[in-house]
Design a binder for this molecule. Structure first.
Ligand code: GTR
Length: 369
């Protein structure tokens, strides 16, 4: 598994699904824009760091917002996740910078790209549980995904793609590009003494849950992986073709995967991999898959099965993967080295999900006292 089959599967996923990325840019630099102790009513220290992919402030760049517990005595385990609408949406904190890149907006009922405004501050806070994360001794780092690659089919001119040639059919689509950005954040964490870069949990919801899975599978430096309602191209098995299918996703979002993946429209059986193999690539590291019962589009049962079918690889490492023998009832988590739950409600990230992620992280990332 470790020396032959795993590398082979990783190559297959690069070639047929997500695409190869160019690795760490040699000129990349990190620049601290701002930092402050005792923010969020004394609970946290905040740092905002700009990653300059070409080493220039006028080139492609992303801003990482980092909160660590003010009480921490040393480097802390940290959750890292991309956000959909700007770092300033994750809490009400007035000092969080607005994103420099375009965000999604609406004009006359149409989706358009526009500048972020103050109106967005804190609007996604119900999805982030910032206070609890910090109280439990974890850091939280987040990046606006549009800083890395704007989420529209733009002919690969924007974001970090401006630095590279147009991707070939086996090269990075947007999911692989966002995942590459997460790896660049990890490069930064290796230089930040407040973050324990060996205990970083990468988390994402929906398209960003597909991204966190690919990031965790392709970059073994991530210590734990969380996929929230990731669906097609994430944790759901493609061969079930239930809810969103390969053809549907490639039609609505032609830029997410590489061009080779188009071959599997209405032709899932021809693809040499399926998504349980993606989960298995994370082994022996812990991985949590969460579904929502109302999120039929993401195929909750297919998400459960990919965890279940990854068990055989965890077994090779002497670990129990996902303990549940059958798809567990709603709101009944099952936690081995693979965790799973199906929450009541719809496609979202809720406090309930974070309660499980924190419990799972305590089990796997907290040091023995
Ligand atoms: C939907 C898409 C899903 C999921 C979701 C999201 O439109 O069909 O695959 O990624 O968007 O990211 O919110």
């Amino acid at each position: 598994w470790r020396t032959q089959r795993r590398p082979e599967l990783l190559e297959l996923f690069k070639t047929h699904v997500y695409g190869r990325d160019p690795g760490r840019p040699k000129d990349m630099t990190f620049f601290t824009l701002e930092q402050r102790h005792g923010v969020l009513n004394g609970l946290a220290n905040r740092r905002q760091v700009e990653v300059r992919f070409a080493g220039r402030r006028d080139g492609p760049r992303m801003t990482i917002l980092i909160y660590t517990p003010a009480k921490a005595k040393g480097p802390v385990p940290t959750f890292l996740g991309l956000n959909f609408r700007g770092n300033h949406t994750v809490t009400d904190d007035p000092a969080i910078r607005l994103p420099h890149s375009w965000v999604r907006g609406r004009a006359k009922g149409e989706v358009v790209n526009k500048r972020a405004t103050e109106k967005g501050r804190g609007v996604a806070k119900s999805r982030w549980n910032v206070t609890n994360i910090l109280k439990r001794g974890y850091g939280l780092a987040t990046i606006y995904y549009g800083d890395i690659d704007p989420d529209f089919d733009d002919g690969w001119k924007n974001g970090v793609h401006a630095l590279y040639p147009k991707p070939k059919p086996d090269e990075w689509g947007s999911i692989a590009t966002w995942a590459w950005g997460l790896s660049r954040a990890l490069d930064y964490f290796e230089t930040d003494k407040d973050i324990d870069h060996k205990r970083v949990a990468v988390m994402g919801h929906s398209r960003l849950g597909k991204t966190s899975l690919w990031a965790g599978a392709s970059d073994p430096r991530f210590a734990l992986v969380i996929s929230n309602n990731s669906g097609c191209g994430g944790a759901a098995l493609s061969r079930r073709a239930f809810g969103e299918t390969v053809k549907r996703i490639n039609t609505s979002f032609p830029h997410w995967f590489n061009d080779n993946f188009l071959r599997y429209n209405d032709n899932e059986n021809a693809c040499p991999v399926d998504q349980h193999m993606l989960v298995a690539l994370v082994a022996p590291r812990p991985v949590y898959i969460a579904s929502a019962v109302g999120d039929r589009w993401a195929d909750p049962h297919g998400e459960f099965l990919s965890g279940k079918y990854a068990n055989s690889v965890y077994k090779l490492y002497g670990r129990i993967g996902l303990p549940a023998a059958k798809h567990p009832p709603v709101d009944t988590p099952s936690m081995g080295t693979i965790g799973y739950h199906v929450r009541s409600g719809s496609h979202d990230v809720k406090e309930y999900d974070w309660v499980q992620y924190l419990k799972f992280a305590d089990k796997h990332l907290k040091k023995e006292k």
